[in-house]
Design a protein around this ligand. Structure first.
Ligand SMILES: Nc1ncnc2c1ncn2[C@@H]1O[C@H](COP(=O)(O)OP(=O)(O)OP(=O)(O)O)[C@@H](O)[C@H]1O
Ligand SMILES: [Mg+2]
Length: 339
């Protein structure tokens, strides 16, 4: 469906893509993986005409293409949905699907537009009130509407850049159901995500980038998680475990022992110190979210005494004041009609 051959892209001082060969097949869900800065977004932007490649060829359906604007890529059948939903919450679901198209401009044919929106949604197994303002639906549904909008005109390639970052498990399932339907309809899907478990669940193949180079394309079933991580970071895991622990932090404010969650996080100890930012990192990125989830949100907990559930039924106490529990939230949506 889509082929990149020898594609390179340089920014001042950085070779973001180096002679990248990459192939996307119809009816597959293909993961694009790599550490931060590996070149994933640059690859997508070169594909969609946001950037122009310095060298190399891009073929869509066997024909050479060279997009100089994202609208050209969209017209040719390459649609992209980003993590942030850039739709208008105060317009209806149907309007959001058709805004900017000729159907959207023809204000007289409301009924036809509503029917057409329903048909498009149904094709992906979605039943929504297309007359309701989009903003009345949860963000996850708004994102699905963004996908319907993206694929409404015969999309051949759908690019999803970190679409699951703010979805809960049920919402991810719903997105995956839509992705599977699109795959079964022959759409080639490029999926960027840092959630390795999700990649193993939904993807057929994966391509790993490191420092702008493709270091491998593999069927998901043939590359285990450890091998994948080695490929992504270019190091043995043992080397990473040898990294020195060094800190200039002050007094220990939080001391927790045996934190964990049955079946998800093996018990570990955690210290938070003053004058120190403590990062929680994990391959699954869910680690941080799950750990925070074991700490009760501040409005339900005694602010001076947190009980942390630990594996094995034991309990650790954290005696501190002023813990702030902040759930990540996305930026406010743009609104149309209020200019
Ligand atoms: N517009 C730009 N100008 C200069 N350098 C850039 C630009 N865009 C990306 N880069 C650099 O190119 C390299 C690849 O960046 P890119 O954003 O493609 O990585 P990524 O794999 O998408 O990372 P992340 O997982 O953080 O999104 C990085 O070194 C980055 O700093
Ligand atoms: Mg990126």
């Amino acid at each position: 469906m889509l082929r990149m051959t020898g594609v390179s892209k340089e920014f001042p001082g950085v070779r973001a893509l180096s002679e990248v060969d990459f192939e996307l097949l119809p009816g597959e869900i293909h993961a694009l993986l790599g550490e931060n800065g590996a070149g994933k977004s640059t690859l997508i932007k070169v594909l969609t005409g946001v950037y122009q490649a310095d060298a190399g060829e891009i073929e869509l359906d066997g024909r050479g293409v060279r997009f100089t604007h994202p609208a050209q890529a969209q017209q040719a059948g390459i649609s992209t949905v980003y993590q942030e939903v850039n739709l208008c919450p105060n317009l209806s679901v149907a309007e959001n699907i058709f805004i900017g198209t000729s159907a959207g401009r023809n204000a007289v044919r409301w009924n036809a537009m509503h029917r057409e929106a329903e048909v498009l949604l149904e094709r992906l197994g979605l039943r929504l009130d297309v007359r309701a303002p989009l903003g009345e639906y949860p963000l996850a549904i708004q994102q699905l509407v963004a996908i319907v909008r993206a694929v409404r005109v015969d999309a051949k390639v759908l690019i999803l850049d970190e679409p699951t970052s703010s979805l809960d498990r049920g919402e991810v399932e719903q997105l995956f159901a839509v992705m599977r339907r699109l795959r079964d309809q022959g759409v080639a899907i490029l999926f960027v995500s840092h959630f390795l478990e999700q990649i193993y669940e939904i993807c057929d193949r994966m391509t790993v980038l490191r420092n702008g180079r493709v270091v491998g394309t593999h069927p998901v079933a043939s590359l285990g998680r450890e091998a994948l991580v080695r490929l992504m970071i270019g190091k043995e895991l043992a080397e990473l475990e040898e990294l020195q622990h060094d800190t200039n932090g002050g007094a220990v404010l939080v001391q927790a022992q045996g934190l964990g969650r049955r079946g998800a996080i093996a018990p570990f100890d955690l210290q938070l110190r003053s004058h120190e930012v403590t990062g929680l990192a994990g391959l699954l990125l869910t680690l941080g979210a799950m750990l925070v989830a074991t700490i009760p949100p501040s409005d339900t907990a005694d602010p001076f005494l947190f009980r942390l559930k630990v594996i094995g039924g034991a309990t650790a106490f954290v005696l501190i004041g002023g813990v702030v529990y902040w759930r990540g939230r996305r930026r406010p949506r743009p609104a149309a009609g209020s200019y």
